[in-house]
Design a protein around this ligand. Sequence first.
Ligand code: UD1
Length: 350
Amino acid sequence: MGLALRIPANDNAKKTFHRRGGDKNQRMASHLITGVAGFIGSSIARELVHRGERVRGIDNFETGKQENIASIRDRIEFVEADIRDHDGLKDAFAGIDYVFHQAALPSVPLSVGDPVRAHNININGTLNVLLAARDAKVKRVVYAASSSAYGETVTLPKREDMMPNPVSPYAVQKLTGELYMQCFSRVYGLETVSLRYFNVFGPHQDPGSPYSGVIAKFITQMLEGDSPTIFGDGETSRDFTYIDNAVQANLLAASAPAEAVSGQVFNIGVARQISLNQTFQALREITGFRGAAKYAPQRVGDVKHSLANIARAQKAFNYSPDVDFEEGLRRTVAWYKLRPHPTPAASTAI
Ligand code: UD1
């Protein structure tokens, strides 16, 4: 990777931040989000800004989008940096208390097509983030792990004490990141928490690539009057998780007592299994699309069924998914309808 280009921090971010109404001499906690211009990273950033928290974000815009942070750009400190560039991370981590590590190449098929590129970002990049966090004496790193680590399990729902069985390079990489998180807790005393996301969806998810999440693709295609393509027989199932639930989990995991969370892995889902056929039907009702879905062969590296047991996160940090699947779909469709210039839906051929 080339040298990371630093964009001057905005003036607001350079000021000393204090908690509203708090002791002026008490320094406000500082949050760093890697992949801040991505779907989940920008959603965490907006919530932190909304809560009046201090936020710094890094991104290299390889998959992140300027438009995702446009509404908060003047209220966060932004550093253009690439997690593959170890030396470029040092300044970005200075003075940080909490890291939300969301930067990744988040796609099973992309990792199947180019495992080396995905490895460099998802594993080497994660190691760089941990090294920078350790050296900057960060309090805690919350990591975007993935439900894909489980692969096919004999029983559902999937529990954190089950043996991982990753099928795709992406799943191997995300699981390796978890192991590094645990290792840094044990070896260097850096607090880390891994959140295994179960198919997060919602506003700001990029629909414009063949590798985009299925709900973002289906919604934009159906709003354009195009038939979406279902890979497999449509009975493939996921525990689709609305973005607000994932954001809530991150903020709770960052503030929970260390003894309840550090060095541990938690499922973040809704604990409800929805098939692709059911997803398509639910979206037909919400969007008014009257056509039929197309069917194509199942994707290589795909897991057939995914469903989370969320008891561990509920117990450890009171995680409670507030937004259910249907409400999440309604909010997401409403958001895509209002987008000023929707990206044309990409071909479903991969
Ligand atoms: C996987 C991980 C998830 C991770 C995500 C990152 C699992 C169980 N989940 O999601 O934790 O966050 O990667 O990308 O491994 N599909 C269609 N038509 C389309 C697009 C997709 O039918 O146009 C199907 C896929 O074949 C798959 C399902 O929809 O069966 C979900 O696909 P996708 O949204 O890409 O996510 P996963 O690969 O499940």
